[in-house]
Design a protein around this ligand. Sequence first.
Ligand code: ASP
Length: 334
Amino acid sequence: MMRSEPRALQLNEHGQLKHFLTLDGLSHAILTEILDRADSFLSMGEQSVKKVPLLRGKTVVNLFFENSTRTRTTFELAAKRLSADVINLNIETSATSKGESLLDTLKNLEAMQSDMFIVRHSDSGAAHFIAEHCTPNVAIINAGDGRHAHPTQAMLDMLTIRRHKGRFEGLKVAIVGDILHSRVARSQLQALTTLGVSDVRLVGPKTLVPSFFAEMGATICHDLEAGLKDVDVVVMLRLQKERMKGALLPSESEFYRLYGLTEDTLAWAKPDAIVMHPGPINRGVEISSEVADGRQSVILDQVTNGIAVRMAVLSMAMSGQLQSEDGAATGDEK
Ligand code: ASP
């Protein structure tokens, strides 16, 4: 079977989101709509009643085939704040771990009249595969697939940048660390480029920042000082050891010496630069505690912003499903 283009798969015939699989091919207008909606949900988070009825009567299933703390919890909170019924499928004890195929598990969940699957999987392309094989009126949201994409993480990072810097044009952004294995870096690069950031630097050793990333519109830097010089935003990434095959680094202490973000190395960036990290952070490996907890760190803002961005994406995909011809044909039966 030929794979459908992500663009054709994730947009309905009116150009609205109906799945959220990748940022590749999504327009400036759609990314801006996600950020604007998320901004309005953020102000709702400050009120005593945090719920809106946009997903009332809908069933959302969290399907995490890989570990997660922040992403799974903030997706759950987002769906609950939109008034959905939320199921967290425990893969460890589910039939998938007893040998049932992924598709069989999904068909059973479809038969329970689920409306949305939020999927994390260690295989790149897993969310896309599921979107191709599920009934078209179930919305599929990618919560991270292999090293391919983590689109809601990138959008919560964009919201954090916009709220702190007020703009994208003219910003200088450094993404530092294990770029090779990072789905976050790939999605961030797509988002930054679409939103108008022309100076994005990918910083790290040659083994973790290969030259082919330059084709995606970034500058490659193997020297931390050159990479951080005058940047407005520093994004630190962890070493993704679970995805590393073979020895790509001499040692963690050598990595920290050359690429760690400390008060001294952060001084190469602009004085008002913000420091971001998608988590989990490894103190003393890629970032010092002083910086992680310091005045320039916005790492916990990213977590708060994640709920609002996920509310925006879930509500947009659900409304795109209802307005698509496939969804409209079957939507009433659910
Ligand atoms: N939490 C992010 C992810 O799921 C980053 C990481 O794990 O290092 O990709």
